[in-house]
Design a protein around this ligand. Sequence first.
Ligand code: RRO
Length: 290
Amino acid sequence: MIDFCGIELAHPVINASGCFDVLAARACFGEELIERFPFSAYVSKTVTLAPRAGNPPPRLWESAAGMINSIGLPNPGIEGYLDEHLGEYAKLGVPLITNVMGSTAAEFVALLAALEDRSEVAAIELNVSCPNVATGLDIGADPRGLRLLLEELRPLTQKPLIVKLTPNTADVGACASAAEEGGADAVSLINTLRAMALGYGGKPWLGGGSGGLSGPAIRAVALAQVASVAERVAIPIVGMGGVSSGADAAALLEVGALLVAVGTESFRDPAAGARISAELARLFAENAGS
Ligand code: RRO
């Protein structure tokens, strides 16, 4: 068992937010894919205060060793999430981490208030990869703003707060440290790297203009950023970015992550979570024996 912010987890592998839609997986691949749930906790895709339709298509671009997404946060809004999704997620038999995003502190405050009495929610992940409407800076790329946000939010909830850091910043360690100073219980990283692709006639391919790069292409960046954050903070780290095998997961644990999240690999192989967990367990067993 792993103690993650007071939550007991059976093993270190969880899903990255937005990367394993359990309801779609069940509809496409059948009940058996989620019957023995592959992840030790389930992280929801990002929820905002109001419903959002998301970006116009195309929303994906296949890049060398990865993909660029510009999904644009489609979600039913917090009320829709509570009414339509929470009941289903609560049946998975693993702790639920709800990922939320606001573009102002007031929006985050309202999101936390809506979740506070919902015992189905074990922890809240704050997606801070969104521009602050006042400064235009990504909230998570501005250490001072991030610390102030956490100082405001921390007293408002009993639930652990995990800050999902953005890699699109000069000093991710400073951002992680600011989150910790503000009272974050854990950090998770990395979100996708800002990227774009050109289509026919030199026009941006993605409907949203630019997007975020993920997959094996970003694995080395994730490793470096997790390692540098581990040198700066004492709170638990959830490492992610291009994890496609047990060995990739082990590398993130090696440099200081407590948990590892599987993201893009689940799109390529919907059974990736179970496979990567099994590979990691085998590596642990081999190392214990040597
Ligand atoms: O919805 C998205 O386009 C999206 C989000 Br909220 C995010 O945090 N990271 C990403 O790559 N895409």
